[in-house]
Design a protein around this ligand. Structure first.
Ligand code: ADP
Ligand code: MG
Length: 443
């Protein structure tokens, strides 16, 4: 993360709009800001409504907003500004003890807050810090391709020179179907000429083995102290091949063995990076704990499949993680949002949140909805086969699970031709992927 002292590019000026109903307050802040060369106050208005209008017109980098104002208050104005001018970051101002107001302001989209009376240093540091943090978010609205190109294209160790796309399946909530999705996604991605590996990175309570009825003595724990010398031969001696042909790297067979892996939180990511070139797709199932293991997997992921359920707690937690992704500078198209265990209209209750509301709150489209179907899911599990291993792929929820695989395959490989390119030139692939991701982004 950027330090408050030196966040922006040299010579860059941060444009600021002031919104406060007390003229003296605006004047004071303006005077303080005039001392620093990198700030420019482009507007100063006295009502929330004018604040919204001026923000739309001037498109400042920063809006400094009073919370209590007659006519439209700062919270409502913030909500309207963050929606209409997402490139602007709002900093809220209030007197002390307004904690409930501030909480609402943050929910409305404010990025930070200042407590009156405001000290010059606090003012300067907060503006610079918020500007730096918001830049990556703002950038994607200004020139999305540029930010996408920042995506790391570091050359990877590879023996077979395969595409090596890492797809991490994650949900901040347990029980929403991560393992079900990961297993079926891996299975549905399998096709002639494409090599797929499924990794169980839920180190303590991984249950890929249960879903696929795998009893394997060899797990990633056997690799933990050999990562530096890991080669294809050693790796191949550890992985399990399911009846369906799917290759699986199993997680620790008992919760207490998880500790061996966790002593190096990046171990799973490092193992994957080593063998990445041997596979076209590596699908990773994760636990819902947001720990170093999961974070290091997010970092190496080409795509993150975020699994949600339409409940308040789940959607709230998903938003938290998506905000974190924004702060980490992940391009928005790195994440694919899917809803699982969706009830049909007959069984929908008023306790579930509507899709439109979820999309607005998460600022992301829901790309796939997988219906709830206990019978099909249980039947597959009791046989130890993936749900998608059925012949009739037109039936729900198989159709949707296969649909997710098709969607990601298209985005990551584009076409067979792009896939061939990937094998001959990884960096070229990276560029194509970027372009494709953008074009298909709203599909
Ligand atoms: N679409 C679905 N319809 C019905 N049951 C489902 C569906 N997806 C998952 N389940 C069930 O929900 C439970 C939790 O799924 P699982 O994949 O283990 O979630 P997680 O890995 O996130 O904890 C399992 O019993 C699974 O069979
Ligand atoms: Mg699981």
């Amino acid at each position: 993360m950027n330090k408050p002292g030196n966040p922006q590019r040299e010579g860059e000026v941060i444009t600021i709009l002031l919104v406060d109903d007390i003229p003296e307050t605006r004047e004071n802040i303006k005077k303080l800001l005039a001392f620093e060369q990198d700030f420019k106050v482009v507007g100063s208005v006295g009502t929330g409504r004018d604040g919204v209008n001026m923000a739309k017109e001037l498109r400042p980098n920063i809006v400094i907003m009073d919370i209590n104002m007659p006519d439209m208050d700062g919270i409502q104005a913030t909500s309207l500004i963050t929606e209409a001018v997402p490139t602007a970051a709002v900093i809220m101002m209030s007197v002390q003890n307004d904690s409930d107001y501030l909480r609402r302001a943050m929910l409305a989209g404010a990025r930070n807050f200042l407590t009156k009376p405001i000290s010059p240093d606090e003012l300067y540091n907060t503006i610079r810090m918020v500007h730096a943090q918001h830049q990556l978010v703002a950038q994607r609205y200004i020139d999305a391709p540029a930010i996408d190109e920042l995506r790391s294209a570091a050359p990877k160790f590879d023996s077979e020179n395969r595409a090596g796309h890492v797809i991490v399946v994650y949900s901040p909530q347990g029980g929403v179907g991560c393992t079900t999705i990961a297993t079926n996604l891996a299975s549905a991605l399998m096709r002639e000429g494409i090599r797929v590996l499924l990794v169980d990175a839920d180190l303590q309570f991984g249950d890929v083995g249960v879903l696929l009825n795998i009893q394997s003595q060899s797990t990633m724990v056997d690799l933990a102290d050999k990562i530096d010398d890991l080669d294809t031969e050693l790796f191949d001696s550890i992985i399990f091949t399911h009846d369906s042909g799917l290759k699986v790297l199993m997680g620790p067979s008992r919760p207490e063995y998880a500790e061996v892996m966790q002593s190096n939180p990046k171990a799973v990511a490092q193992i994957i990076e080593k063998i990445q070139g041997n596979y076209d797709y590596i699908v990773v199932d994760t636990s819902h704990h947001l720990d170093e293991t999961v974070l290091s997997l997010f970092d190496i992921a080409s795509k993150i499949v975020m699994v949600a359920m339409p409940t308040l707690a789940c959607v709230k937690n998903v938003r938290f993680v998506l905000d974190l992704f924004d702060q980490m500078g992940y391009p928005p198209d790195k994440t694919t949002l899917i809803l699982n265990r969706v009830l049909d209209d007959r069984n929908k209750t008023r306790f579930l949140i509507q899709n439109e509301k979820i999309e607005r709150f998460l600022r992301r489209p829901i790309e796939i909805q997988v219906p709830s179907d206990d019978l099909t899911v249980l039947a597959a599990m009791s046989k130890g086969v993936p749900i998608v291993a059925q012949r009739d792929r037109s039936r729900s929820p198989i159709r949707e699970l296969v649909g997710l695989a098709e969607l990601l395959h298209k985005r990551l490989m584009g076409s067979e031709e792009a896939a061939t390119d990937a094998q001959s030139d990884r960096s070229k692939m990276q560029q194509r992927k970027t372009g494709l991701g953008l074009r298909l982004g709203k599909a």
